[in-house]
Write a protein that binds this ligand. Sequence first.
Ligand SMILES: *Cc1c(COP(=O)(O)O)cnc(C)c1O
Length: 368
Amino acid sequence: MEVPFFRYPHVFSQYQRELLNAFTRVSEAGAFILQTDVSAFEEELAAFVDVRYAIGVSNATDGLELVFRALGIGGGDEVILPSHTFVASAAALVHVGAKPVFAEIGADHLLEPADVEQRIGSKTRAIMPTQLNGRTANMDRFFDIAEPRGLIVLEDSAQGLGSRFKGRMAGTFAPAGMYSFYPAKTLGALGDAGAVVTNDADLAQKFRRLRDHGRDAHGGGINLWGRNSRLDNLQAAFLRVKLPTVNSEFERRRAIARIYHEGLSDLVEVVCPPSDDHSDHFDVFQNYELEAERRDDLRAYLADKKVGTILQWGGKGVHQFAELGAFAPLPRTEAILGRSLLLPMNTSLTDAEASYVVESIRRFYERM
Ligand SMILES: *Cc1c(COP(=O)(O)O)cnc(C)c1O
């Protein structure tokens, strides 16, 4: 058996007929930029997420930057975030002139509130957990820290679509959130794509202008320096095909996570991600991130068994890329990243393949 980490062609083949129909419909109409599929997708996404406004953008990295700009974050402001995140979370801060300040992660691999408190200083403007691996952080704890100090709670919800804390979806806790539709994300486009979401009408208006050169909807007045961060109408049409299926895809991911959890959680050498049963969390498993003893040997053994795994972000926190000059003492984050491994987690996986991954891991530790 061969279980690759991800099957990119499946992003297309799973809905091939509907996607080809969308391609033909949009292309024959010549409707490529800011056309009705963008506005229809924005409405459908807003309804799905349960917010007033969704604004399609080119990708979630631009979405992050637009959120910071719309909220006036920059000019030396410090924002506290985890280092176990995509470099884009921090890069978007740097691009608006703000300073990323990294704090530790907890056992669930998400930003640790107690450590955030230690790193608050006079320049701190905001706290930004990353809603990582398809799990939403316990947001109550961040609001408890932020509100008495007048800080903003933000979230990098790029990979959090569908995950919930106390029934509320990632991306809807902050004044504005964002989602990535990179092909390997839970809702994958056929290329780069993203969206920003908010309940604030003024922010929504700002996002529409910022993503389109500062122009208003009629292409007339320009009242701020914008950029080109528009969502392609073709990508919007593809996303409209997939959005109605996404809840069943989340259930499929959760079913695969149960196979992994039931098959592995008794191993002393392995720490499975938290189980969200009977908790305030609803996890959608964008990733399945294990901690494992002898991680690198396990990874080599699995590669030999034709099971593809990866180290998220190449196995390093943002602070560990020395040339970026953003080092911070984060021993706990480094220890966790040194033991972490992503197992195959996507809707192309069969039960038999997930069981084969489990058996292969068990066999590795039994040999010792
Ligand atoms: C994917 C991702 C991004 C960037 O999204 P793009 O759409 O690829 O720009 C940012 N932050 C996190 C945590 C992500 O997983």
